[in-house]
Design a protein around this ligand. Sequence first.
Ligand SMILES: *Cc1c(COP(=O)(O)O)cnc(C)c1O
Length: 384
Amino acid sequence: MSSLFPVYARWDLSIEEGKGAWVKDSEGRQYLDFISGIAVCSLGHQYQPVKDAVAAQLEKVWHVSNLFGIRLQEEAARLITDHSFADAVFFCSSGAEANEAAIKLARKHTGKGRIATFAQSFHGRTFATMAATGQEKVRTGYGEMLPSFEYLPYNDLSALDGLTGSGYAAIMLEVVQGEGGVVPGTAAFLKKAEETCRRLGCLLIVDEVQTGIGRTGKLFAHEGLLQPDIVTSAKGLGNGFPAGAMLGKKELIPSFQPGSHGSTFGGNPLAMAAVKAVLETVLAPGFLENVKLAGSHFIQQLKAELGHLPIVKDIRGKGMMIGIECTGPVAELITELREKGLLVLPAGEKVIRLLPPINCTEEERGTALTIMKEVLGVHSKLNV
Ligand SMILES: *Cc1c(COP(=O)(O)O)cnc(C)c1O
């Protein structure tokens, strides 16, 4: 029997090594990893510049308290504020913590409590972020939730029109719902959500824990679509080194003063060495443009090669965040893809989710496509 709490439905496969887009299991089998630790190792496993930065920092100092100045934290934050809407950054170590900080800041700044989120959203597993999550299964069994969260249907403009009153601290949303099935918000819906925030006098929190740091071909997926007040980041931020961040506009800075919030591990030198190397990579000239082009090319290829199959209902996504919605449950397909050497994730019951390294090669995408064509093709024949 395992000595772990069985909170994960683990696959019978344990990864011993990873390099780039490839991992090796304990039996020495190779897999093309289009999960990337759930959009975490977005630059691939053991990405050399991140490895070098962390290795160099290992020789200097690993951790110091936030009572001290931390130069790398300042530098990482400056890279973010120089390239985003944000004027200030708070570092933490996970997505839930980043969202937790966002919820606290929104409440403190507005002096109000209500927060509207969306059905099928995912914001984390802490008490506040679980309450923010629009999925019943995440909340059941935990008793009374933190009050004042309500869930609106996603991509529904009229539901936003229905929001009234002066009690709102924020509307919180994902630009592309990740766990909820790789569902991109429509431009009209996102704009309406922003307008609703202005109408209600509340803040717009964009949860970019999964969509941020180049995943969709932009540093943040909201760029060009939304003007947020707060954005949260984590997953891809440290390329495997645990790191999270909450970004905010300067009007919010007075609401987070010494004693307002904090984290022991948040922004420590080792994490910041990784974060800074990640940011320097994705912000290098042409990098994000390549992700965007390669992503849309890959989606076109998937549509061309798989779109006609009877079990495929829809292929959608942005950049390297792609969903293939099928007509039935995908669990078996995912197992077969794995047996053929391709690791992919489900999102909900019927969506195959692809989260390849954002710098994967055309050849690697081709290999994935060949395996998917084979497995989905055979299933399409079985199911007609
Ligand atoms: C994964 C995820 C989270 C939670 O992040 P953790 O690091 O697991 O706490 C929050 N929001 C979104 C959109 C996510 O995809």
